[in-house]
Design a protein around this ligand. Structure first.
Ligand code: PLZ
Length: 444
């Protein structure tokens, strides 16, 4: 029998946006859902496959967002769906801390093998990226017996009390919702476009700040995203991360890679830390790890992870069997389907198209990122003022492409497509974005 490959579904807008069914649902939403929970594209999604999402009016969009980098392997990936179906009929919950089950151990084995470094590693699972950060910090504090936690500017780490304190921006994440957590310190990081520093110079600046402002004897951990996500896909200068790791190791500080957004083949390496030759003490994964199901992990040096007393880590749903089974299906495909190669393919196709856009529009001051984690930053070349990315994203949405924004100054368009996106879909999507960009910039 010959394999018949079904053609990828295409973008298709068949109603005004939002269509009548979405409009009715938006009205219901407004009545009963807290207004703090926004929506970017005013449509309700009914189904999705690979890189296409379909709304309740039958409109199909090319998805360059993946629910903020979650469905990296593709929406409703066949093997993930099969694994979930099989697991849901066998065991949906038992709580690993009372009666363990195999898929949890299997994911810990995969993470030990795939995270940077060949030292002995152990893992522990929770439900969300924020919880992974919380637990990474707890473990580092227990291991070091120190209180202070350092993060770098433009970082994002979550929405719990501790993690909203760790975010660079109080608005919208923490403003008015304090008191915030104590002992969190923000240091300058590496943002080559803004600071013009080499990795070594930026590292020296961070170290000086931490030594003078925090004091290393009290510093338990430094938490950094190897490529900053919400901050605008900021890629640190080469050498910055290894230099910080060396400094942390020399000073007994645990260095933690927040790979929640950049991990699991998003950037063309299984973990983005690999691009920089960084071997972190702890690695946090979430988002893409379970192909759309909620799962997050803390993986790290065995002696650090095992410094916590028995019963010191846990949670009812953490490492849920269905989410773990989905994650097994993701890890099995990493090598079998060369997912990192797919992310590299996406960069090969998309980056030149973005470079071309930048040639046409001097407002694109930088095209950056790695693999399937690319972005453009928008600055008015005459005034130096940030140009808001939201109107461009809104215009692209009306034309059938879902693209997210980011950046401390809201002036970054970020591209987080699924690895299943085809070359033609990439070209079509960037074409739509080019039109949205041209019309927004000329209207401004
Ligand atoms: N660390 C690096 O990117 C989540 C935020 C969406 P959770 N980023 C998307 C929103 O507006 O709430 C994120 C991240 C990095 C931690 C987190 C937090 O992960 O799974 O959202 O808790």
């Amino acid at each position: 029998m010959t394999d018949i490959v079904a053609p990828a579904l295409s973008r298709s807008i068949v109603t005004e946006i939002p269509g009548p069914n979405s409009r009715a649902l938006l009205e219901r939403k407004e009545r009963v859902v807290a207004k703090a929970v926004p929506h970017q594209l005013p449509v309700f999604i009914e189904s999705a496959h690979d890189a296409i999402i379909t709304d309740v009016d039958g409109n199909r969009f090319i998805d360059l967002g993946c629910g903020i980098g979650v469905t990296t392997i593709g929406h409703t990936n066949d093997k993930v769906v099969d694994a979930v179906r099989e697991q849901v009929g066998k065991l949906t919950h038992s709580l690993f801390g009372t009666t363990p089950y195999e898929p949890y151990v299997r994911i810990a084995e995969y993470l030990a093998a795939h995270t940077p470094g060949d030292h002995d590693k152990k893992s522990f699972f929770v439900n969300s990226g924020s919880e992974a950060v919380e637990n990474g910090v707890k473990i580092a504090r227990k291991y070091t017996g120190r209180r202070a936690v350092a993060v770098v500017e433009h970082g994002y780490h979550g929405r719990t009390n501790l993690t909203m304190t760790m975010n660079y921006k109080p608005m919208p994440y923490a403003a008015g919702m304090g008191p915030l957590a104590s002992d969190i310190f923000h240091a300058p990081g590496s943002y080559p476009l803004q600071d013009g520093l080499s990795g070594a110079e930026a590292a020296e600046r961070t170290q000086y700040h931490l030594e003078k402002h925090v004091g290393v004897e009290d510093l338990s951990c430094l938490v950094i995203e190897p490529i900053q996500g919400e901050g605008g896909f900021i890629v640190p200068a080469d050498g910055y991360l290894p230099a910080m790791q060396e400094w942390c190791t020399a000073n007994g500080v645990v260095m933690i890679a927040d790979e929640v957004q950049s991990g699991i083949c998003r950037t063309g390496a299984t973990f983005a830390s690999d691009h920089f030759g960084w071997v972190p003490d702890l690695v946090l994964s979430a988002k893409g790890i379970a192909g759309g199901l909620p799962l997050a992990g803390v993986t790290g040096r065995a002696e650090i992870m095992d410094s916590v007393h028995v019963g010191g880590l846990g949670g009812t749903f953490g490492g849920n069997p269905i989410a773990c089974a989905a994650a097994v299906a993701v890890f099995e495909q990493i090598e079998a389907d060369d997912l990192n190669g797919e992310a590299q393919r996406i960069e090969r196709v998309m980056r030149p198209l973005l470079d071309e856009l930048a040639e046409r529009h001097p407002e694109i001051i930088e095209v950056r990122g790695k693999g399937a984690m690319l972005a453009v930053e928008l600055i008015d070349p005459e005034t130096g003022a940030p140009i808001p990315a939201a109107p461009i994203s809104a215009a692209a949405g009306l034309d059938g492409v879902l693209v997210l924004t980011a950046g401390t100054d809201y002036n970054v368009l970020r591209f987080l497509p699924s690895l299943a996106i085809t070359d033609d879909q990439i070209r079509e999507a960037i074409d739509v974005i080019g039109r949205a960009l041209a019309s927004s910039l000329s209207a401004a």
